[in-house]
Design a protein around this ligand. Structure first.
Ligand SMILES: [Zn+2]
Length: 320
């Protein structure tokens, strides 16, 4: 007997839930509040739709609807396709360092040297970003333990004006580098940036040289530096410290590059290959040393530091 095809598309509503049959005949269970899946405000109750908003999201990696709590419990990685979502600087510190780490080099804020206006004043953008992120600028420095290793860690915050690098980011990262050199502690920088901060013009570009010089001194002092490139690491950040690590390791699928693909295509008048500017492509071409899953990152860095034979001074805390 031919089944009634119409049942494949209908919704049955019970007291507690709604059963939705999709085209493949599979049945999914949603709480009744999930009106958002039937189209905007399908039950005429705007409040209910608002309430469910934020519980589910669509994964840009596999296009599947995923429960946000599942993603959060999985270090903000999609449990279905392993797409790595962006995470904030503070989360990054929590992920890599043992509890009890200490934030340092705080309290620096941009003075808006050019008194810059675009669609709105730069000062206004800064204020908004500071309110939303609770940070002074797009980076956080911390000292703490990464497993048995005492380290200096600098993590960038993409939510702060696209993680762009102005004078404050430049100065903060340089202080992290100097601290690592003075205390002979390995330096880890987690990059997440759209590049130089255009609102600070040439001042932002100078940060590339400033940080690179400090890193050269760190290298002379034979203190290890590991850079972790996350999605996205582009522009002046890629063109300076993000590619200068003794080890440059990236999270899977991260966008890493200098100029955007459209600009390159227009310049060289060629179609770019699939996956261009993604971690895996760059690893294959020798620009990266490894692509490491977020859940394995801490262990990987720990093993790398062990291999690099971190100077005794850096390990004093662990030895005690
Ligand atoms: Zn996914």
């Amino acid at each position: 007997m031919i089944p009634d095809l119409a049942t494949n598309h209908r919704s049955l509503t019970t007291d507690h839930c709604q059963v939705i049959y999709n085209d493949s005949g599979l049945m999914s269970w949603f709480k009744r509040e999930s009106g958002e899946f039937d189209g905007p405000d399908s039950n005429g109750d705007g409040e209910k739709n608002v309430r469910t908003e934020g519980l589910w999201s669509k994964c840009p990696g596999c296009r599947q609807t995923i429960w946000k709590a599942d993603v959060e419990a999985n270090l903000n990685v999609c449990p279905k396709c392993q797409h790595h979502f962006k995470i904030g600087a503070r989360q990054r510190l929590d992920l890599l360092l043992e509890p009890g780490y200490q934030l340092v080099d705080t309290g620096l804020r941009s003075t808006d040297p050019l008194n810059f206006h675009d669609m709105k004043p730069y000062k206004q953008r800064l204020r908004k970003a500071q309110e939303e992120t609770g940070l002074d600028d797009a980076v956080l420095n911390a000292v703490g333990q990464l497993g048995p290793h005492a380290v200096v860690l600098s993590a960038m915050e993409y939510a702060f004006i696209g993680g762009s690098m102005g004078a404050v980011v430049g100065e903060t990262i340089t202080r992290a580098v100097d601290r690592a050199r003075n205390q002979k502690k390995p330096l880890i920088i987690v990059a997440a940036s759209g590049g130089a901060r255009m609102m600070e013009g040439v001042v932002s570009l100078m940060q590339m040289a400033k940080i690179s010089t400090a890193l050269a001194q760190l290298d002379d002092a034979r203190v290890p530096y590991i850079c972790v490139l996350t999605d996205p690491t582009t522009g002046g950040v890629t063109a300076s410290f993000a590619m200068l690590g003794d080890l440059n390791i990236a999270e899977p699928g991260a966008l890493i590059g200098f100029a955007g693909p459209r600009v390159i295509e227009q310049t060289i008048r060629q179609k770019l290959p699939e996956g261009f500017q993604r971690s895996e492509f760059l690893l294959e071409k020798g620009f990266l040393d490894a692509v490491v899953h977020r859940r394995d990152m801490k262990n990987y860095i720990m093993r790398a530091l062990q291999f690099m034979k971190v100077p005794e001074a850096a390990n004093t805390t662990a030895a005690k």
